[in-house]
Ligand binder design. Structure first.
Ligand code: UDX
Length: 439
């Protein structure tokens, strides 16, 4: 079986490489020649555990190809996945120009029946727009070639994307054509999921499933951050409350960790986009509007704690920051709370020394540039710093040598933005540690 995957971003590259890994012939397509050349040389555009290995293995075996030629890639392919970006437009709605551009090109270049499946997270009704774009391109060349449209949203998490793809919780396929359903069934057969974990539905429902899933997860986090802020006011401990409520299986113990707010490419963008879609239909998604507000505010919680401790004016002070990426195991800096925290500290007159195991190049080149001093390891960031801020919970930060930390810091003060440290224990070592959600 042969497929084409258009767009070699997170979703496209991981999907393409993993499909190849189960024996499917895959061509990954991108308009960026440099990216394609790099991939052919084993250079990954993103950091993702396990990805390089899967890409190189399948490239060498010939099952995974990289190309800038979409027309050639779809020759003989049963499915063309659209996995290009849907960046938020100025008004928060997802910009479909890339998705529809690909649909147009497929319509212009296809020579046989093909299933065109969107993997990018696209607003409900995009399936119809993709269909219309392909039809229009076909009719321009006087062709009535048959094709099908499908929606196959991706639920992979950055930092665990390869594993999530190879061992999915579920696969959602929105399709309205029997032949296409058969093809999608064959494509996912190697993943050997039991029947009820491959869920077939209509296209708008599949599109909505993706947004509803991300919106629900974002809601859990904002809910918990809200409760954590209240815990501080009433003298409760959000960590205890988390464990208390998480033991109810209806609530579940995952995704209820308070912190410095969610970031990344999915939650912020998708919550915005679904609010926007609802507005276009004259409906206010009030819960999600609050989810977004809580998250925007939560990014300021850590810098506020710093000011409560040291005063509003931080002139001449230096802070060590551990972690820059929006979460561990990724170099993704999109919507990372670290950006807001750094801006707040600098605006109050402080300087920041940062260390992140993989995201520093990304931060330096695209996001926070030279706003901080980048350090070669975690301890270097502590030298002459007035306090430590833990922003991303990378495992290497979990059990530092407290002895060394205490000696390097000017004050034994820690602001733990992810509640990874045992504050009672730290107190016995003479540290004053501030967490999220407890006094
Ligand atoms: C998410 C979804 O999990 C995935 O299914 C979807 O396809 C894309 O969006 P991702 O953005 O990679 O994946 O990251 P995820 O691990 O879900 O974390 C998102 C954010 O929530 C991070 O900033 C993380 O720090 C934060 N978070 C997560 C919390 O603050 N508390 C939690 O309890 C869990």
């Amino acid at each position: 079986m042969k497929i084409a995957v258009v767009g070699t971003g997170y979703v496209g590259l991981v999907s393409g490489a993993c499909f190849a890994d189960v024996g499917i012939e895959v061509t990954c397509v991108d308009i960026d020649q440099k990216k394609i050349d790099n991939l052919k040389n084993g250079i990954m555009p993103i950091y993702e555990p396990g990805l390089e290995e899967v890409v190189i293995r399948n490239f060498k075996s010939g099952r995974l190809k990289f190309s800038t030629d979409l027309g050639e890639a779809i020759q003989g392919a049963s499915v063309a996945f659209i996995a290009v970006g849907t960046p938020p437009g100025e008004d928060g709605s997802a910009d479909l120009k890339y998705v529809l551009g690909v649909a147009d090109e497929i319509g212009t270049k296809m020579t046989d029946y093909i299933v065109v499946a969107t993997k990018s997270t696209v607003p409900v009704t995009t399936g119809e727009k993709v269909r219309a774009a392909i039809k229009a391109a076909l009719s321009k060349r006087g062709s009535e070639l048959p094709f099908a449209v499908a929606s196959n949203p991706e639920f992979l998490k950055e930092g665990a994307a390869v594993e999530d793809f190879l061992k999915p919780d579920r696969i959602v396929i929105g399709v309205d054509d029997e032949r296409a359903e058969e093809i999608m069934k064959r494509l996912y057969k190697p993943f050997q999921l039991s029947g009820e974990r491959i869920i077939y539905m209509d296209i708008p429902s599949a599109e909505m499933t993706k947004y509803a899933a991300n919106a629900m997860l974002a809601t859990k986090i904002s809910f918990m951050n809200d409760i954590a802020n209240l815990c501080e006011l009433v003298g409760a401990d959000a960590n205890m409350v988390r464990r208390g409520i998480g033991s109810d299986p209806r609530i579940g113990n995952k995704f209820i960790y308070p912190g410095v707010g969610y970031g990344g490419s999915c939650f912020p963008k998708d919550v915005k986009a679904i609010i926007k879609t609802a507005k276009q239909y004259g409906y206010d998604l009030r819960v999600l509007q609050a989810v977004e507000e809580v998250n925007d505010d939560q990014k300021y919680v850590l810098s506020k704690k710093v000011k409560e401790h040291f005063g509003e004016d931080l002139t001449g002070m230096t802070f060590a920051m551990w972690g820059l990426s929006f979460k561990p195991n990724t170099d993704d800096m999109r919507e990372a709370p670290a950006g807001v925290i750094i801006d707040e500290l600098r605006a109050a007159g402080a300087t920041v020394k940062a260390y992140d195991p993989v995201a520093m190049d990304e931060a330096r080149e695209h996001y926070i540039f030279d706003k901080v001093t980048y350090c070669k390891d975690a301890y270097e960031a502590l030298v002459d710093a007035d306090a430590l801020l833990l922003v991303t919970e990378w495992s290497e930060f979990r059990i530092p040598s407290w002895d060394v930390v205490g000696r390097l810091l000017k004050n034994k003060v820690i602001f733990d933005g992810r509640n990874i440290y045992d504050r009672k224990y730290l107190k016995t070592l003479g540290f004053e540690a501030h967490g999220i959600g407890s006094k």
